[in-house]
Design a protein around this ligand. Structure first.
Ligand SMILES: O=C(CO)[C@H](O)[C@H](O)COP(=O)(O)O
Ligand SMILES: [Fe+2]
Length: 231
């Protein structure tokens, strides 16, 4: 048996397709339904062809839920620009896209020095090996299973080879998957070895979000247990 500890399962709803005019209520509802963290999608209209919100909204949300872990999915050009403001707004994790950044080591250090966990995101067309030189600077690798920009798209199962590669080589890494994840796709995600599960429309659009969260958690926890028995 190896000494590695498999990171635990965490379910992070994306509120991208929720009613953003009642953001705090929608976020509280997710936590009440069993979410472990919130995945907040920031889009700038440049890195992706869509717009959402930035640090001013996060800053207003933070006092309403002081204990909740905010995972910022930064779909923006020049991600180094917003590190201080996001840290000041109360973000816990800053996930930038490798495709949008020039000096990756410098950005990783900046995020870490601001007290946030470091996440790096890969679009579907970006090879997984791109992260290898930065592994030691990263807390989380986010594998996109849709082209970033919009909720409600179809899950790209062929991205699971990236997840498998990461889990095999880095048993204790937090591996996050985002895009089209829900009850019909979670088994592939869980078996590949992801442990941080983002799910948007499948949760926010459900009549009973807590049931969907429980189902996702169950699939991932079973897969983790199975992989540990096999070791
Ligand atoms: O980053 C994203 C889109 O770029 C969203 O997090 C993602 O799409 C979640 O929504 P869904 O589960 O509906 O795909
Ligand atoms: Fe996202």
């Amino acid at each position: 048996m190896s000494g590695h500890v498999h990171p635990c399962c965490k379910i992070g709803p994306s509120i991208l397709c929720a009613d953003l005019s009642c953001l705090a209520d929608e976020c509280r509802k997710m936590i009440h339904c069993g979410a472990d963290y919130l995945h907040l999608d920031v889009m700038d209209g440049h890195f992706v062809p869509n717009l959402t919100f930035g640090h001013p909204i996060v800053k207003c949300l933070r006092p309403k839920m002081p204990e909740v872990y905010f995972d910022m999915h930064m779909m923006v050009q020049n991600p180094e620009k917003w590190v201080e403001s996001m840290a000041d707004a109360g973000a816990n994790q800053y996930t930038f896209h490798v495709e949008a950044c020039e000096d990756i080591p410098a950005l990783c250090r900046k995020i870490q020095e601001s007290g946030m966990r470091v996440g790096i995101g890969l679009k579907p067309g970006t090879p997984v090996e791109t992260i290898l030189p930065y592994r030691d600077l990263l807390d989380v690798v986010l594998i996109m299973t849709v082209e970033p920009g919009f909720g409600g798209q179809s899950f790209m199962e062929d991205m699971m080879s990236k997840v498998q590669y990461l889990r095999t080589n880095f048993p204790d890494l937090d591996i996050e998957v985002d895009g089209g994840v829900g009850p019909s796709t979670i088994d592939a995600v869980a078996e590949a070895g992801a442990n941080m599960i983002v799910s948007g429309t499948a949760i926010t659009g459900a009549t009973d979000p807590s049931q969907v969260i429980a189902l996702l958690r169950n699939a991932v926890e079973n897969a983790i247990q199975k992989s540990q028995l096999e070791r």
